[in-house]
Write a protein that binds this ligand. Structure first.
Ligand SMILES: [Zn+2]
Length: 322
């Protein structure tokens, strides 16, 4: 059994958080027959584990031993619990190319099991980081880890399984579809933080990325189209920062791209900020000059989003803008 599935079809992936929130949906599970009580632990809600492109299916003809689905996105894409439960069997310390770690021997790297009610459990493999601890109770949609490529894997993706009972796997795509959830395609409950943006995206977010790349010294055409040229610029930036080089702008790359901005700054980073402010309802010139007009726009945005109103653009204001 090889878990060497390379993400394909990435060019079709273009996720913007606006469509994500519009599509926010949580499936109704077995508890739909009645509200749960303390004595009845039926699973009442299910969520997608993550967003991304489906790259390898459950028990396909070419991979009959593949007992889950693979969902590819940028390294660091958040992974969420698909239902409430208890964390168990955590594996950490794995690395890309590691063929020895993981509870499914030689396959799935850093990983987490979550026991749910009714004998179900879910399994999340190849994680970049595990963000929960053994025995921890988690709620549906709680962040449990970050997508990675640890174990025997050739690119960042989530290997995801559903079992009931423990040693009997189910097709997780069908399982979630029966609960109104399209695997990988609608936002997990609890979705927060930076969006993952990749080739094909033509929203204002791409224009922001292009300005930020230029502001960080990477030659980039600012045309609002995330095509191969922009992907190449992203790869150049990722390589220069020692990040996983996939040409996609996910949470880790976003965090590396942004810098704190304040009045007096100028240049392409400020232009990127001004594009984002305009997309969020401001109407200011994109002139690369962080003066009083931009400061007022920042303060207005901060005020309307419950942030500290200081006119300074740090990580919290940046991530709320994007
Ligand atoms: Zn897999």
């Amino acid at each position: 059994m090889q878990e060497n599935d390379r993400p394909v079809g990435m060019s079709e992936l273009a996720v913007s958080r606006r469509t994500v929130f519009a599509a926010l949906g949580v499936g109704i599970g077995l508890g739909a027959v009645g509200l749960p009580t303390a004595a009845s632990a039926a699973v009442t809600g299910w969520s997608n584990p993550t967003l991304g492109t489906l790259t390898s299916g459950y028990k396909t003809a070419s991979r009959p031993g593949h007992t889950g689905w693979d969902i590819a996105n940028s390294q660091g894409t958040p992974i969420y619990a698909v239902a409430a439960g208890t964390v168990r069997d955590i594996r950490t310390g794995s690395y890309p190319g590691d063929t020895t770690s993981g509870p499914l021997p030689g396959r799935t790297g850093n990983s987490v099991h979550i026991d749910h009610a009714d004998g179900y459990f879910s399994y999340y493999g190849h994680l970049y980081r595990v963000l929960v601890s053994d025995g921890q109770r988690v709620s549906c949609g709680q962040l449990v880890g970050l997508m990675g490529t640890t174990g025997n894997s050739t690119g960042p993706h989530l290997h995801f399984e559903i079992h009931n009972p423990r040693l009997t796997t189910l097709d997780p795509r069908t399982f979630l579809a029966n609960r109104g959830i399209s695997l990988g395609a609608i936002a997990p409950m609890g979705t927060t933080g930076w969006p993952s943006v990749s080739q094909g995206n033509t929203t204002w977010v791409t224009r922001v990325i292009q300005y930020l790349l230029r502001g960080r010294g990477v030659s980039t055409v600012v045309d609002g189209y995330f095509g191969p040229a922009t992907a190449s610029s992203v790869k150049t930036f990722q390589s220069s920062k020692g990040l996983y080089v996939d040409g996609m702008v996910g949470p880790i790359t976003w965090t590396a791209l942004i810098l704190p901005l304040q009045q007096g700054n100028s240049g392409d980073l400020v232009r990127g900020l001004q594009v984002a402010l305009n997309a969020r309802g401001a109407s200011i010139p994109v002139d690369g000059a962080f003066g009083s007009v931009t400061t007022t726009a920042v303060r207005n945005f901060q005020s309307s989003h419950g942030l500290v109103v200081d006119g300074l653009v740090g990580p919290v204001t940046w991530s709320t803008l994007i």
